[in-house]
Design a protein around this ligand. Structure first.
Ligand code: F6R
Length: 357
């Protein structure tokens, strides 16, 4: 039920802080340590390479998850779009572990990969919001997202839940390997939940930015580097699917290799800067597009901000920034769709779970 909310999407955006807290609770033992199915831990430890398979928003969560698993647990990861896997099947390592990320657990493109790799005898883990779903039943192991039903076609709380569970998976593997992490992941996730709350409390700010940037335009660009590049890809998908604005998320460094030709007088460009190592370069990209007439907006994070930034996200751990930075992006897409009179919860041509290949 929507309750007092005008749309499920808005309700689900607001549910993100409690979902993160629920995940912390579900994956925590009595001593505040991470609690994970020992079989999943063993599968991670036994594997020499993780292959993440997903579609759409879940694929975008996988791109972030790869960073966690590689940086924290030191296990190599490849992320593949499910529908491409059969044509562009990579050479597999000796001991692959396949990780399927799927809100619904019913995505046919992902399932066809699961069927194929099972024939090859490889182990599989499904990370899903629906434990009894096809992908969950057919894989060897399941991790539950605990996000509660997601009704709006545009995925929001499932994306952040997927990222949170991927952090837990990565940290658990790291700890099992005796790698010493210099932060308390569950505590940092708790901070993220509070920051998300402060963001969802500032809806008018994002409504205004959306009105200003997206009411009239036919196209829009998001730019980011490093971790932010993954989030801007998700930001542009959100905007596309519910507002029908032609949007693209670019890596800042790629602009000069072609895409900057698309910038005209008034083209909206939203830049995201939450990573210290790219803060300087992404701001350089903003100046480059501004010089060509773009209408720009910078969303940054506490500690890296400048006076002219449109919005500054409160501080969260640098690895966990996608959990916070995606919230303004979801709200921008939501209000863009609203201002353009689009059917927010049921965008044209889309289904919530895509059960055909
Ligand atoms: C976007 C969206 C889709 C899904 C994709 C995969 O907002 O909802 O891109 O993420 O269809 O669906 P699941 O995660 O159910 O496999």
């Amino acid at each position: 039920e929507k309750g007092t909310y005008p749309h499920f999407m808005l309700k689900e955006i607001d549910e993100q802080p409690p979902v993160i807290r629920k995940i912390i609770q579900e994956y925590q033992d009595d001593h505040d340590n991470i609690k994970l199915d020992p079989e999943v831990r063993k599968a991670m430890l036994d594997s020499d390479r993780v292959y993440i398979i997903a579609a759409g928003t879940s694929y975008h969560a996988g791109l972030v998850g790869k960073q966690f698993i590689e940086k924290l647990a030191n296990v190599p990861v490849e992320v593949h779009i499910a529908s491409e896997f059969s044509y562009n099947m990579p050479l597999l390592s000796e001991k692959p572990l396949f990780v399927f990320i799927s809100q619904s657990g019913e995505t046919a493109d992902s399932r066809s990969v699961l069927v194929r790799i099972k024939e090859l005898g490889h182990p599989s883990l499904t990370i899903t919001n629906v434990p009894g779903s096809t992908l969950s039943r057919e894989a060897n192991y399941t991790l539950h997202l605990h996000a509660g039903p997601e009704i709006a076609v545009a995925s929001t709380k499932a994306y952040t839940a997927q990222i949170a569970v991927l952090v837990i998976l990565a940290v658990d593997t790291a700890q099992a390997k005796g790698i010493n992490l210099e932060f308390d992941p569950l505590q940092e996730l708790g901070i993220v939940a509070s920051v998300m709350e402060s963001l969802t409390d500032q809806k008018e700010t994002f409504e205004k930015i959306a009105a200003d940037f997206f009411t009239e335009t036919r196209n829009a660009f998001y730019i980011g580097r490093g971790m932010d590049y993954f989030v801007v890809q998700e930001a542009s998908l959100k905007l596309k699917e519910i507002s029908y604005i032609q949007a693209e998320g670019f890596a800042g460094g790629e602009l000069k290799h072609g895409t900057i030709a698309l910038i005209e007088e008034g083209t909206p460009v939203i830049a995201l800067s939450t990573q210290k190592n790219v803060n300087y370069s992404i701001r350089g990209n903003v100046q480059e597009v501004e010089a060509r007439g773009a209408k720009t907006c910078i969303i940054s994070i506490e500690g890296l901000e400048q006076d002219t930034d449109t919005f500054v996200i409160p501080h969260v751990h640098e690895l966990l920034t996608p959990l916070a930075s995606v919230v303004p992006m979801q709200l921008l897409a939501y209000y863009a769709a609203l201002h353009r009179d689009c059917d927010v919860d049921k965008p044209r041509n889309l289904a919530k779970s895509v059960t055909v290949e």
